[in-house]
Write a protein that binds this ligand. Structure first.
Ligand code: HEM
Length: 447
């Protein structure tokens, strides 16, 4: 295989490269990506091997620039430290906690609806920035309650700085080469990028400042609060029984915020695009929202009642899984489907390929939410559908995210429609996450 040509095509449209590779060479493909040997694995069984049955052997790949921003938290840690973070977080994301967050999430969506109603209608908006802003507002309120007001601009700027730098690092051919050089590797290569690193460290300090300020306010009021931060403030370390350190609280809160905002914001953006492209699905969704909600605002319990809306969210995530690669490193030699995977190899499971496997998804490119109606998943293995990953590192915010996206869609769809501008072409941008290319300009109008 001509590796240079493949690297170039990979940068332009990696998903089609992965689909072609799977179709031509099968479920285990070894290839060269910018000088590094990578195993690309597809197929539900192969994914189950890496993510579930042999998961101890496959550690998550970390990005040093993300580690610098977040620190040591559930999202970034491994081994024992990860296990402690996971058991700390589990109760905070349990089903019984969801109603605590639903109120804030619905209020944020209602504010977006009000902003839409306040301007002239119909009018053109960039759906991606609108949904990103709403998602960041939603998750930061679930984390910090109303204390975020006054910090939103600083938070948005810090997050965007970190994302831009990480995107540049991932795309840089020089960094790709440095990462492979003996004696250098990703962590040292990152330390050599002084300017980029200084930017990320500046953004990280901004988070220190914001979280310190909110904590100090709560301590002064002697009220930790019931949101995610409140739960971190009242949690105890499993082993020592001591309250969590200032640094631990800061790192976990930053990690949740990072993992949550772009993923939900971009899923919502793709969802509006899909509703516009599939008017029958949209009409059904509007009818369901009207019937289930009538004139009232949704509560957490409505997220389960809005079955079609939920199915639309799931089908959107099938065709547009924001986290498009589950990136792992093999700790010890292994064998997958008869192929040897040497220790130290990079292994990538690519959800968009699994999500289009005709074995489980007939007519895979068709948008069809009925695939996710109750009972229609019979016989489909769990690893045929991986928008939230799989195994023990499965997204801890999965139920939170499904509730948030379903309720926010219901709040907005009660009053508005969004249509693509005539002739608009919608492409996919693959960076750290899978996003619509550009802002996704759409016309919003009153229903
Ligand atoms: C549509 C929205 C979301 C998508 C598509 C998504 C996707 C994912 C995926 C694929 C992973 C696993 C990555 C891997 O195994 O390499 C993950 C992990 C994670 N997600 Fe989400 N996520 C979403 C929303 C959220 C939300 C709302 C939160 C928190 C409020 C969150 C917090 C996390 C955390 C902390 C992890 C790391 C878990 C661990 O390693 O134990 N995510 N997410």
């Amino acid at each position: 295989m001509e590796s240079l040509k493949l690297t170039q095509r990979f940068q332009q449209d990696p998903i089609s490269v992965f689909r072609d590779l799977a179709a031509t060479y099968g479920e285990v493909v070894r290839f060269n990506l910018g000088g590094q040997t990578v195993y690309f694995l597809s197929g539900a069984e192969t994914a189950a091997h890496v993510l579930v049955s042999k998961q101890e052997n496959y550690g998550r790949v970390n990005y040093p620039s993300v580690d610098d921003m977040i620190g040591v938290a559930l999202f970034t840690a491994s081994g024992e430290t990860w296990a402690r973070s996971r058991s700390l977080a589990q109760p905070m994301f349990a089903a019984r906690q969801l109603p605590n967050y639903a109120d804030q999430l619905v209020q944020v969506a209602a504010r977006t609806a009000q902003t839409w109603a306040d301007g002239p209608l119909p009018r053109e908006i960039g759906m991606v920035p609108a949904m990103r802003e709403m998602a960041l507002d939603g998750v930061s309120r679930a984390l910090f309650g109303p204390d975020t007001s006054g910090h939103m601009d600083a938070m948005t700027a810090a997050i965007r700085t970190s994302e831009t730098v990480t995107g540049k690092v991932l795309r840089s051919p020089l960094v790709l080469v440095l990462n492979q050089l003996p004696g250098v590797g990703p962590a040292r290569a990152w330390r050599m990028q002084f300017r980029r690193r200084a930017k990320v460290q500046g953004a990280a300090r901004e988070f220190d400042r914001i979280i310190d300020e909110i904590r100090a306010k709560r301590e002064a009021q002697q009220d930790p609060g019931e949101d995610l931060l409140g739960q971190l403030l009242t949690s105890r370390d499993e082993t020592t029984g001591e309250p969590l350190s200032r640094q631990k609280i800061r790192d976990e809160a930053t990690g949740y915020l990072f993992a949550a905002q772009d993923t939900t914001g971009l899923t919502l953006s793709w969802l509006w695009y899909r509703l516009a492209a599939h008017p029958e699905a949209r009409e059904k969704l509007e009818a369901e929202v009207d019937e289930v909600l009538g004139d009232r605002m949704p509560t957490a319990a409505d997220a389960d009642r809005l079955q079609w809306t939920r199915a639309v969210v799931s089908e959107t995530l099938r065709l547009h899984p924001i986290v498009w690669a589950l990136d792992r490193t093999a700790m010890a030699d292994d064998e997958v489907q008869g192929y040897r995977i040497p220790a130290g190899s990079r292994v990538m499971v690519i959800p968009p390929v699994n999500h289009r496997d005709t074995k489980w998804w007939p007519d895979p490119d068709r948008f069809d939410p009925t695939r996710f109606l109750p009972g229609n998943d019979k016989g489909r293995p769990r690893t045929a559908y991986l928008p939230f990953g799989g195994g023990r590192r499965i997204c801890i915010g999965m139920s939170f995210a499904m509730m948030e996206i379903t309720l926010a869609t219901a709040v907005l769809a009660r009053r508005f429609r969004a249509d693509l501008l005539p002739g608009a072409e919608v492409g996919t941008h693959l960076g750290v996450v899978m996003a619509p290319a550009g802002e996704l300009p759409m016309t919003i109008s009153a229903r």
